[in-house]
Design a binder for this molecule. Structure first.
Ligand SMILES: [Zn+2]
Length: 288
């Protein structure tokens, strides 16, 4: 029931657009790859689901993509997630090694949210602004409502069992349409603030996310427009990492060659290791 799926729905009666995501598989996999602390794990998975929900507005099956980055001055240095219009998503979290005296996670005013949308135009569209809320659902709702001018409510759910295995991972984004009556916006805000049951509890009981959205909207009928599998996948390759090495200053390549052995380059997103021999590196040196 709760597989890795990104869906687009419409509520015609209330004039609302609804995006939903469930991602227990991708969430387990991203935590297995990066082994973050429990606090960072919760933020990473929420950011994964939040970015998936933002990517639902991309034009389906095109080369459009977007990235989300949260940087902070506390225990979390950065969370970075990329998603495309074909349901691929990847990301990582970077934590400060010395967390003594640091606040956990993100705090309002103490970090930056960046969202870059690459819509196939000449230049990508980039937003950057100070953190407003500290929690990822709040940050994204603020960004969509204030920066994108689309009133939006966002719920992100993440829950693990006693063995730190993910039980629930998902999210829900409700947005108004140009003709949504003002009273509906207030209704949605009230329901999201005071739900009868949390999304995490609803999903943990084995119910699907669509029935949660319906219940939240007083059982107004929903039309499922489109549903797409979501996959944690990386597009790194030997040639791509080679390209990164080629951009290093000559002196750095020289010192790697002098060390003689193989140089191991690890992909930040998927932890895949690529080996370059001294001969490989010599070939990258610019010709005199
Ligand atoms: Zn990779």
């Amino acid at each position: 029931m709760n597989q890795d799926v990104l869906s687009r729905l419409l509520c015609p009666d209330l004039h609302l657009r609804i995006y939903t995501v469930t991602s227990p598989g991708a969430s387990r996999e991203i935590l297995r790859l990066h082994q973050p602390s429990p606090a960072a794990a919760a933020h990473l998975v929420r950011a994964l689901n939040g970015t998936a929900l933002l990517s639902a507005s991309l034009k389906l099956d095109t080369d459009q993509n977007l990235s989300l980055s949260l940087t902070g001055n506390g225990s979390l240095r950065e969370i970075h997630i990329q998603a495309d219009a074909r349901g691929h998503i990847r990301g990582y979290v970077s934590e400060r090694e010395d967390q003594a005296g640091q606040h956990i996670g993100f705090l309002p005013g103490d970090g930056i949210l960046r969202v870059t949308r690459n819509l196939g135009l000449k230049e990508p569209y980039t937003y950057a602004g100070p953190l407003q809320r500290g929690d990822i659902a709040g940050e994204l709702a603020y960004y969509l409502t204030v920066s994108e001018q689309v009133p939006s409510a966002l719920i992100l759910a993440f829950e693990t069992n006693d063995s730190a295995i993910i039980r629930v991972s998902g999210g829900l984004l409700i947005q108004t349409l140009p003709d949504t009556p003002p009273g509906v916006i207030e209704l949605v805000e009230d329901r999201v603030r005071n739900p009868r049951l949390s999304l995490a509890d609803h999903l943990a009981s084995g119910n699907d996310i669509y029935s949660y959205a319906m219940e939240l909207l007083d059982n107004a009928p929903l039309h499922l427009l489109q549903s797409q599998p979501l996959t944690l996948s990386c597009r790194c390759s030997y040639d791509m990492l080679r390209g990164v090495l080629c951009t290093l200053p000559r002196s750095e390549l020289d010192s790697m060659i002098e060390e003689g052995g193989n140089t191991e380059v690890v992909c930040t997103f998927c932890r895949e290791k690529y080996l370059f021999t001294a001969d490989d590196l010599r070939e990258m040196l610019p010709s005199q």
